[in-house]
Design a protein around this ligand. Sequence first.
Ligand code: CS2
Length: 491
Amino acid sequence: MTAPLLCERSLTKAATAVRQPTYDRQRVRPGIVHLGLGAFHRAHQALYTETLLERGDTRWGIVGVSLRERRVPLALAAQDHLYSVTERSGETTASRVVGALRGALYAPEAMDRVLGAIADPGVAIVSLTVTEKGYSIAPAGAELDAGDPGIRHDLMTPDAPRTTLGVLAAGIRSRSTSAPLTVVCCDNMQANGDTLRKLLIQYAEQFDPALARRIGETIAFPNTMVDRIVPAATPASLDAAATQLGLRDEAAIVCEPFTQWVIEDRFSGPRPAWEDAGALLTRDVHPYEAMKLRLLNGTHSAIAYMGQLRGRETVSDAMADPAMAAFVRALMTEDLLATVTVPPGFDVHSYCQDLLARFANPTLAHRTSQIATDGTQKVPVRWLPALRESLARGIERPHLERALAAWLHYLATERSDAGTSLVVSDPGAPALAAKLRGASTALDTVQAALSHTSVFGATPWPQAFAERLARHLQSLRRHGTNALLACPAPA
Ligand code: CS2
């Protein structure tokens, strides 16, 4: 028998161990508009906010907006905007139902309501998780990609936008100038708040210079570091959640117990006391952000591309592969760690040990194919700054260089070591892959990649570096990843 659908009325039928909202949801007013209603937001920022609602601060209900994906807002609307989060690790499983969402809008069909929500003077925060590619950014230079078709469309019809920047700008334009606003970017980008501010101003300048000035002068864009491993839902994860809940939840999330949020304390107007829910409000997020982007996300991307080439479906499968586990540990604790500035008083060695344990969590089924998406956006943030800085000081990063060669090989061949075809999901990949495939020798291929400036930047890369990458690529072509992983790292 199928379990009843999760909604206000069916809550009484939820399994007794499942935590439920104890506050009166009817009293909660919308104070936050969130763009990007994916699993990450619902398992991360929404839970910090849920804690504040539980403590009686009813100002911070969330209106969630999905810019592209229709399934989740529809599912949420059918469930009175309730959904569950199940944390899993080893033998431990804990589920809760979250009530913080007060609306779930699918932007293409509800643009007036989306813009109205952003303009609502009761709303003090617009937060975002739209993924790296959701910002119409040319990643290497962190500038607005003026050629982006969505941006070109929005500049023609700024009041009927479809991009993130277009929606934000149109919402702000219809908002009273006397209502202060803070925009909280929660995507994995360097200086994410500063970057979004710059992009939004660049966009607004092209059709409304007064709006651009207003954004620059009155709206705060704190930088943030967000962390929680939240695999995309699968039929199996939805079934597992239903078993836990005793209710069917089409928006259920299964994730790890760990969560971290570091936010720059720079707001314009009122803000939720997220620190009461465990967030760290600080003057300088940069060291946390660089550390997390490199050690966690940088290693994750290497696991994803190597894992895809080696037929490892999930991160924990990859970590159970001894050759990969050794490579991953060395990449993180030798190459990447050497490039980060550790926040004062922070125990980075236990941070690394914890990361390795989090990656090995076998109950999560975090697919390497998920992390492998959008490499042309991720690699310039996660790997290239560490490589640039190291090479400028004459230092080689043997594992990171091998990971980069593996990514190029993955893009060029779209095949695993065993010859199975791989699905590359990255709108920026075809242009780069075409250049890779158009070259003949390994060195030509590497040169073709390094001259793809939207990913690798305009500053030339050292010839010796290109030659090392070419040797790794050659080794991959001949012997697959085994040879590359077995290569002793130069002293
Ligand atoms: C992952 C991240 O998909 C990816 O690229 O590296 O989503 C990662 O799981 C989170 O940033 C962890 O906080």
